[in-house]
Design a protein. Structure first.
Length: 260
């Protein structure tokens, strides 16, 4: 399946309501899925067989990919964005929404602000453990600021929207993904076609995105690896599920959560 990347192209492919083309599409999709991908660079990196296109390739169906490289959960899952998304999900018979968002919300200047006192030119704060660094992120509201913001705050709003869609279409599902374990702490990725596709010819560099900040905070690269471990600890994972809300947990396939 090749993914459509603009709503104008989607509307053209679907045809107008009650048209012969629309009826033909509905017949085609009677036993095939209609998918929507929404996300950051994992789904929208150009000139590259990104995660969205890799996962869609073996599927016989119809799909659209939305979002942008570097996109934030704060923007992709904002209230106005979710209101628009809900309308589009209800107006089209999407079976699944696949989401990739949140990684960029704790990078770059946002990460620097959280750990500013460790990178200060004044006597910096003493280095801390990976677990303590995670606690600092939590306290800063990166995950949940208590007012509907933060990564988990926006995902909570997404799941609440999904519940409204499911009230009309019970089989509708939302799927997310975890991050791969880091292999090269503090190093740029290989700028090669084999690694990042044709984007290598126009991309100036790829990373590192974490260590430039965290090297001031953590003792060594192994601590950096532990801090960035996508599985985390049992406590971290359980806390994330709780923060998403009890109502959402019923629809989480915990068999696929990276919990230990």
């Amino acid at each position: 399946m090749e993914l459509i990347s603009h709503w104008i192209d989607w509307r053209e492919a679907m045809g107008s309501p009650n048209s012969r083309q629309r009826r033909a599409i509905h017949e085609l999709l009677e036993h095939r899925p209609m998918l929507m991908y929404l996300g950051d660079s994992w789904f929208s990196t150009p000139l590259y067989r990104n995660l969205a296109r890799q996962s869609a390739k073996p599927i016989d169906g119809m799909g659209i990919v939305l979002g942008k490289p570097g996109g934030l959960a704060a923007d992709l899952l904002s209230k106005s964005a979710l209101d628009s998304l809900e309308g589009r999900l209800l107006a089209n018979d999407f079976d699944v929404l696949i989401v990739s968002a949140g990684g960029n919300d704790s990078l770059s200047e946002r990460l620097k602000r959280v750990f500013a006192k460790w990178a200060s030119d004044k006597p910096p704060a003493a280095k801390i453990s990976a677990d303590r660094a995670f606690d600092v992120l939590v306290a800063a509201g990166i995950f949940d600021d208590g007012n509907g913001g933060g990564i988990l705050g926006r995902y909570r709003a997404l799941l609440q929207m999904a519940q409204r869609v499911r009230a009309q279409r019970p089989d509708f599902r939302v799927i997310g993904h975890t991050y791969a374990p880091l292999k090269r702490i503090g190093q740029e990725a290989d700028l090669t076609v084999a690694n990042i596709g044709l984007l290598a010819f126009v991309k100036g560099s790829v990373g590192p995105w974490l260590w430039s900040v965290m090297r001031h905070v953590l003792a060594d690269e192994e601590a950096g690896r532990r801090a960035a471990d996508p599985a985390g600890s049992e406590c971290r994972c359980a806390g994330a599920v709780v923060l998403c809300g009890a109502g959402a947990r019923r629809d989480v396939d915990k068999g696929h959560l990276p919990c230990r």
